[in-house]
Design a protein around this ligand. Structure first.
Ligand SMILES: CC(=O)SCCNC(=O)CCNC(=O)[C@H](O)C(C)(C)COP(=O)(O)OP(=O)(O)OC[C@H]1O[C@@H](n2cnc3c(N)ncnc32)[C@H](O)[C@@H]1OP(=O)(O)O
Ligand SMILES: O=C([O-])CC(=O)C(=O)O
Length: 470
């Protein structure tokens, strides 16, 4: 029976030993490698600052809300507080104030590597500080010790049908990990509200440690006939282990994965995945449930799934035109695609009004490692012609490429060609942002999120009253 054969396979998957301890030592009071200890000092200090700020400014008006904002998906409406990153519409993302090039320069790297390790961006997102190598390594050690998956999640992944898209499998597995939630358990026990963040932290660290194994098992089940997934090597960083679990051993691919996992981590609070995580978390749902909501949002084609859609789009062009196209032929193809009512995936953005900084750094990686790749040439030629075509169509507010326009071509070059898996990689990375945001949301005691909605009738009345007053 298929089910028992898959279940049998799962029994030989030794993801990691559960025996190792998840604690680690402190090097010094200032340079502590214990992230939880660092947060336990930062959170109260930050809360004191917020208290003072709010005492002075709780009634200060920072923006008027227009009818257009209410119908228009709340674009540019200032409605959330997110400490981990801020998106500038021209410059792109800054993680705790650091741009991507600054992060690439300043954050610790793996031995012999040029790209920062994701453990370092996790430390930065959580604390606002550039970690030392020892601090980043302590996260590696901690995650490697927490990576074991509960048996029921292995069984769940083995019985899910192959027809179920990888992202839906990912959502299900992350939600099912909630059986392990220390946050849910603590809430049921009735712990004080001021300690909620500590349990959110434990769940977040466990989930981050487990995500590569979950993602690798999905990959193996769907694309490698359920072959045995490797073990987490306690001497390797998160990305290198993830690549090994996926069955990729090229060190340049590990570097690409580090870049990928760092740049997709966080995009302030209002994007669909981060906002979904925040919203669900605000009901005091635990981090597993909150993050499964985030990846359900990430699975939408206007959000994270656009990286899959971009590769589908590129593949259609190659099928129709091959690689010997002229710019005019390519332009006609894109116009025809737009006229059929479809979007150009990987182009446009709800906030950005320039080329995404994440596109640019992936382009730099491609120029260095795969300058002669045919698909990269296609991506580059599209970059040349598509913005003008979108401007000529006159709808998109931002005609420039976003992160999703470039990621697939890099993955494909290194042999990860299964495009409907790409958003799972995005989901492994986005956990760094969503979960650091969630720890802080609980640390700051942010309340249940519940904006006011109105019917159109109600808005007509509000607008009439506002016009009369003016
Ligand atoms: C990681 C990420 O989430 S990055 C974004 C990934 N998504 C994509 O790449 C999908 C393609 N892009 C899009 O659909 C959009 O640009 C979005 C969803 C990213 C942003 O949406 P919005 O903020 O509503 O964009 P904007 O205000 O510019 O939209 C105005 C019009 O231009 C259209 N438009 C925007 N981008 C594109 C595009 N790439 N191709 C075709 N039309 C577009 C919109 O569909 C909309 O059309 P409508 O008036 O007929 O409804
Ligand atoms: O910021 C957004 O709305 C979408 C995006 O690029 C991301 O979440 O990475």
């Amino acid at each position: 029976m298929a089910l028992s054969a898959r279940a049998l396979r799962s029994s030989v998957r030794s993801v990691v030993s559960k025996s190792s301890s998840a604690t680690f030592s402190t090097v010094s009071a200032d340079g502590s490698t214990n992230l939880k200890e660092v947060l336990s000092k930062k959170i109260p200090a930050h809360n004191a600052k917020i208290k003072e700020f709010r005492t002075q400014h709780n009634s200060t008006i920072v923006q008027n809300v227009t009818i257009d904002m209410i119908y228009g998906g709340m674009r540019s409406m200032k409605g959330m507080v997110t400490e981990t990153s801020v998106l500038d519409h021209e410059e792109g993302i800054r993680f705790r104030g650091y741009s991507i090039p600054e992060c690439q320069k300043l954050l610790p790297k793996a031995e012999g590597g040029e790209q920062p390790i994701p453990e370092a961006i996790w430390w930065l997102l959580c604390t606002g500080d550039i970690p030392t190598k020892a601090q980043a390594d302590a996260i590696t050690k901690d995650w490697n010790a927490r990576a074991a998956l509960p048996a029921h999640v292995l069984r769940l992944l083995d019985v899910l049908p192959e027809s179920l898209h990888p992202m839906k499998q990912f959502v299900a597995a992350v939600a099912a990990l909630n059986s392990e939630s220390k946050f849910a358990d603590a809430y049921t026990r009735g712990v004080p509200k001021v300690s909620y963040w500590e349990y959110a932290y434990e769940d977040s660290m466990n989930l981050l440690a487990q995500l590569p194994s979950v993602a690798a098992i999905i990959y193996s089940n769907l694309f490698r006939n359920g072959s045995v997934v490797g073990v987490v090597d306690s001497n390797k960083d998160w990305s290198a282990n993830f690549c090994n679990l996926l069955g990729f051993n090229d060190p340049i691919f590990s570097e690409l994965m580090r870049l990928y996992l760092v740049i997709h981590a966080d995009h302030e609070g209002g994007n669909v995945s981060a906002h979904a995580c925040h919203l669900v978390g605000s009901a005091l749902s635990d981090p597993y449930l909150s993050y499964s909501a985030a990846i359900a949002g990430l699975a939408g084609p206007l959000h994270g799934l656009a990286n899959q859609e971009t590769l589908v789009f590129l593949s259609k062009i190659v099928a129709d035109l091959g690689h010997g196209y002229t710019e005019d032929q390519l332009g006609d193809w894109v116009r025809k695609h737009l006229h059929s009512g479809q979007v150009v995936p990987g182009y446009g953005h709800a906030v950005l009004r320039k080329t995404d900084a994440r596109y640019e750094c992936q382009r730099q990686f491609a120029l260095k490692h795969l300058p002669n790749d045919d698909l990269f040439r296609l991506v580059s030629t599209l970059y040349k012609i598509t913005p003008n075509i979108l401007l000529e169509q006159g709808k998109a507010k931002n005609p420039w490429p976003n992160v999703d326009a470039h990621s697939g071509v890099l993955l494909t070059h290194f042999g990860l060609t299964e495009m409907n898996y790409y958003t799972v990689l995005f989901g492994v990375s986005r956990a760094l942002g969503c979960l650091s945001q969630l720890i802080w949301a609980r640390g700051m005691g942010l309340p249940l999120e519940r904006p006011k909605s109105h019917s159109t009738e109600g808005l007509i009345k509000l607008a009439a009253a506002a016009t009369k007053k003016a």
